[in-house]
Design a protein around this ligand. Structure first.
Ligand code: UT7
Length: 322
């Protein structure tokens, strides 16, 4: 028998306030035209008073649990991917645990920035397959609006807030055809200075602001994503022609196009939400996955490939049969 992590449900949450490019252009020296042409972004959501990484994560988790038909108490593992936790410690995952009313489970955060959800999913999958967990909540949640330098037009127009969650459950079968079939992660810490936050508890004792050399990140993203996608498809003994849906990290529509072209994947097989959510870092992949599950594009039996790349650099990909 083969033990796999099966996708049981998805959920997502967005802050109430939506901010269009035109609204942003009232306070930032930018234009709707520039943002759409360079990034594909038209809209983003910005957290307001009372909306935090943990509250958004809790909402997304509740939706995912409802979709899975499970109660919070059925969960024995929560992994929350975030670079913008409510507090330096304890982990935001423990706030979500308390908000869901779970008395005891394993709960921790993962910090891999935009690749955080892929990292969290891979760790959860390993724990499920080893028998250390049975049912896991894997969440990506971010409030990047709170670490943006609103005077830096090259970065502040690119990001948004939100959360996405999935419930994974252990399942044993003869053929092992469903669930997470393969995952591959990478990191290369030499590129710290291309995408980072200029503060932290152990250095400046401040939270800091996001800094990015956009063009260089772009270049690395296209190369690394195409390469890890090939790697993970090989691990799963599949080819890009087998992919029903690519659910990529939503950083820039041009990166999505370039990645699809490199894989010779038709653009209508790529789930795109960057236009409405902007870049929500660790939340972007589970948010896009939830959108495509709920609107019926992704159906049971579909082969779905997830990928992301971000600060560190970190990057990774995962092949999943829904
Ligand atoms: O999630 C982690 C992964 N992150 C990414 O993957 C981000 C990757 N990078 C990118 O998506 C792109 O590099 C950006 C969207 C960040 C920038 O696009 P670009 O085509 O590389 O533009 P650029 O940085 O080369 O800037 C071009 C011009 C500059 O003006 P000059 O020097 O040519 O006169 C900028 O000052 O655009 C100017 N510019 C803006 N103009 C209007 C930069 N930001 C803005 C802005 N509005 N918001």
């Amino acid at each position: 028998m083969i033990r796999r992590s099966i996708l049981l449900g998805t959920g997502s949450a967005l802050p109430v306030r939506a901010v269009s490019n035109a609204e942003l252009a009232q306070t930032v020296d930018t234009s709707d035209e520039w943002i759409v042409e360079r990034t594909g972004i038209r809209n983003r959501h910005i957290a307001g008073d009372g909306e935090t990484t943990a509250t958004l994560a809790t909402q997304a988790a509740q939706e995912a649990l409802a979709a899975a038909g499970l109660a919070a108490q059925d969960i024995d593992l929560i992994i929350l991917a975030t670079a913008t936790p409510d507090q330096t410690f304890p982990a935001a995952a423990t706030k979500v645990q308390a908000a869901l009313g779970i008395d005891d489970c394993v709960a921790f955060d993962v910090a891999a920035v935009c690749s955080g959800f892929l990292y969290a999913l891979t760790v959860a999958d390993s724990m499920i397959r080893s028998g250390a967990a049975q049912r896991a909540l894997v969440i990506g949640s971010e409030t990047f609006s709170r670490i943006l330098d609103w005077d830096d037009r090259a970065t502040c127009v690119l990001f948004g807030d939100g959360a996405g969650a999935v419930v994974l459950g252990a399942q044993e079968s003869e053929d092992g055809q469903r669930g997470i079939l393969a995952a591959k992660l990478h990191a290369d810490g030499r590129h710290n200075q291309l995408l980072y936050v200029d503060g932290g508890p152990s250095t400046t004792q401040t939270v800091g602001k996001l800094r990015m050399k956009g063009q260089e990140v772009f270049r690395h993203a296209v190369v690394n994503l195409a390469s890890v996608l090939r790697e993970v498809m090989e691990l799963a003994k599949l080819t890009p022609a087998d992919i029903d849906w690519l659910v990529p990290h939503q950083a820039n529509a041009r990166i999505l196009d370039a990645t699809a072209r490199k894989l010779k994947l038709s653009p209508d097989r790529v789930v795109v939400t960057v236009d409405r959510h902007a870049n929500t870092s660790a939340a972007s992949v589970p948010l896009a996955l939830d959108v495509a599950m709920r609107d019926g594009r992704i159906k049971p039996g579909d082969l779905v490939v997830l990928e992301a790349m971000g600060g560190g650099f970190t990057w990774g990909a995962c092949v999943l049969r829904v």
